[in-house]
Write a protein that binds this ligand. Sequence first.
Ligand code: GZL
Length: 338
Amino acid sequence: MRRVERSLLFCILAAVCLLLSGCTGAGKKEEGSTEQAPQEQAGLVIGFSQLGSESAWRLGNTASMERAAKEHGISLVVDNGMQKQENQIAAIRSFIAYRVDVIVFAPIVEDGWTNVLQEAKDAGIPVIMMDRVINIKDSDLYTAYIGPDHYLEGVKAAKYLQKKAEELMADGREKIRIAELSGTEGSSPMISRYQGFHDLIDRDDRFEVLETVSGDFLRSKGRECMQNLLKKYPDQIDVLYSHNDAMTLGAIEVMEENGIRPGEDIVIISVDGEQAAIDLLKEGRINCVVECSPMLGDAVMDLAERIVSGKDYSRVSHPDEVCFTEYDDLSGLEPRGY
Ligand code: GZL
């Protein structure tokens, strides 16, 4: 289907969804209020360009947005870009054509957004960038960013490993050799988790990074990359630093198929904090899980309401995130929800 047909279909679908859901834009009446206040009382319509459904993190993020929209009485039109930037750009253009109140997007990669964001700005539609960031000269082309600090996540991973290093070096080894599974090429989490980690590790002469390979944040590619790394560096890998839990789960499958004890023969550091990874951390098959929370929905809806109603808001906000390690008591940890 040609892009223009997809956009037209999209607008029609969006309109039908809103009619069926009874979202006529009639404002919520506050208890006892007779007047309908201006814009901020009307049911907002938000167009949300989600980048895909590649991991439990992403599915959790989408669910968080849908749950929060419902709780806020906001009509959320979700488009799944299926890992393709061109799909996201087409969806944003549809949101502009449909004249939504706010556009939210999770940019799959950092580059290539200037034109479509200029079109949104020309249409007077505020844009919230969520989860990932973009590389853009004119930062006025988006209204606010809400999401993790990926650089700090890389730093946390490195600090855990520097603490673990004392124990590893005790057996007299020369170097601690690291294999790295990175995320989607050109995406801000991949770039920043790499940089945060290497800014510490590359300056510490106890470590040697054998190779960094991209597993695209996918479990299947995490498996494939780990197979190749074990072939290329037999019995040489001491540590795996993986940019997300999905790839880590794939890598652990391969390790165990090859008789390698994850968390013991190879120290494993992972990022996200999905339930499956926390369970493996509790079992000692992962050593460190750096939290990256997908539960951004509530904060995004609050931010959208503040922007539309002209209230003050933070242009950049990060959720508080922790680092779970083998040294922590995790018995009281709440279920992760993703
Ligand atoms: C991080 C997010 C990443 C997750 C992956 O904020 O963009 O994308 O770490 C997901 O699990 O695919």
